[in-house]
Ligand binder design. Structure first.
Ligand code: HEM
Length: 386
């Protein structure tokens, strides 16, 4: 059941690429594929690429810079390298300390989630995808400097996914009409951040970025990075986590004893890999495993294949050391929002478990896969009292 639904989600999102990726994973740890790049299927090799920033770069041709620089300019973290990148990350690090993310989640999510727990406990069906969209939207609204307005979150989410859905692994960049449309959408989504930055608005994250010494372009770029990376990953992951835990019997076990929550979350991250591919351009001649590479080559790290090599969903099995947290990346570009992502995941899963403890077992009543999206996930996952 766990494997069947996950396979269905992958196929609905990528009907051709998913079978191709599985086939390539059987061919070896590193495979050169014409038209795609040098594909990495092995965790240790992936980590070696991600931590060798002299040879592999996010700013070299073939890397995410090809996608995002024409849309957002050069300062969006995801398309930066070297000292500029490190400097911007240092300036932003204060936003994601454990205390900062705990405070953010309490401020923004506690009320929304208490409402969800109460509805589930009262026997109402709840679509978890819509709930997570609301939660992730509320957090991003706070980061962008918008007042929390749940009526806008669906529209914001739809705008964000309109941009990410333009990305195709078989093309290195976006087409000129896509660039024009993506610029328009991202300008709209980041406009409140620019206003908050200019006004040095107290209590807003863009206002705080100004205090931290970010230029206006850097603040807008950072906010764009949060919008692109911080919503869809969670809207994909949390319903899949709950579905996996439900289907494998772990939801019942966690409701009785939450001690293994971290292991279940971590194993669900390994099994789903919400950010399933990482790209690098080659900045200097080198090797990926045994395959020689040169500038112009693109390295496609199939994080999903690297993680799935460890087998089926099983929170009792420890992860091998080379895999540790690879789903959040490794090295200089390691997910900046990881503490926030984990805090949001804990808060939402905690609210589901609270309903179970209060009113008895919950069951998945209805579910549907999202079609043709960049990050596989459910379009709908309805939970209700069993
Ligand atoms: C389960 C949820 C998430 C997963 C699995 C995830 C995964 C990742 C991965 C794999 C990378 C590195 C990509 C690479 O090296 O090519 C990354 C980078 C990043 N993530 Fe996350 N992410 C998640 C949630 C978030 C959230 C909630 C935020 C913040 C709002 C966020 C902000 C970022 C940023 C800003 C970067 C770029 C860092 C840099 O390039 O220096 N992520 N994420």
């Amino acid at each position: 059941m766990t494997a069947r639904w996950e396979r269905r989600l992958q196929l609905a999102a990528h009907p051709l690429l998913f079978p191709l990726a599985r086939g390539l994973a059987r061919l070896g740890p590193v495979v050169r594929v014409p038209g795609l790049g040098v594909v990495v299927n092995d965790a240790a090799t992936a980590r070696a690429v991600l931590t060798d920033t002299g040879t592999f770069s996010k700013a070299a041709p073939g890397a995410p810079a090809d996608l995002w620089t024409p849309v957002l300019g050069p300062s969006v973290l995801l398309n930066m390298a070297g000292e500029d990148h490190a400097r911007l990350r240092r300036k932003l690090s204060g936003l994601f300390t454990p205390a900062a993310v705990r405070g953010l989640c309490e401020r923004v999510l506690a009320g929304v989630l208490a409402g969800m727990t109460a509805r589930l406990a009262a026997g109402e069906p709840v679509d978890l995808v819509a709930e997570v969209r609301r939660c992730a939207g509320a957090v991003i609204a706070e980061l962008v400097g918008l007042p929390p307005d749940p009526d806008r979150f669906d529209a914001m989410f739809a705008r964000g996914t309109e941009v990410t859905a333009m990305v195709r692994l078989t093309r290195r960049g976006l087409t000129p009409p896509q660039v024009a449309r993506a610029r328009e959408v991202m300008a709209e989504l980041t406009a409140p951040a620019v206003t908050a930055y200019r006004d040095a608005a107290a209590g807003t994250v863009p206002g705080r970025m100004r205090q931290l010494g970010l230029t206006e372009d850097e603040a807008r770029g950072a906010v764009a990075a949060f919008v692109l990376t911080g919503t869809e990953t969670l809207v994909s992951f949390v319903p899949r986590l709950v579905a996996l835990a439900h289907d494998s019997g772990w939801l019942a076990r966690l409701a009785a004893d939450p001690a293994r929550t971290d292991a279940v979350v971590s194993e669900a991250l390994r099994y789903t890999v919400p950010s399933p591919v990482m790209l690098r351009g080659v900045a200097a001649p080198g090797r990926v495993g045994r395959v020689p590479v040169a500038p112009g080559d693109r390295v496609v790290i199939m994080t999903l294949s690297c993680a799935r090599a460890s087998g089926s969903f099983d929170p009792e099995r420890p992860h091998p050391p080379e895999l540790r947290q690879l789903w959040f990346g490794a090295g200089a570009h390691y997910c900046l929002g990881m503490p926030l992502a984990l805090a949001e995941i804990d808060a939402i899963l905690g609210a589901v478990l609270a309903a179970w403890r209060e009113a008895g077992p919950l069951a998945v009543r209805q579910r549907r896969a999202a079609a043709r999206v960049l990050i596989p996930g459910y379009a709908k996952l309805v939970l209700a009292r069993a």
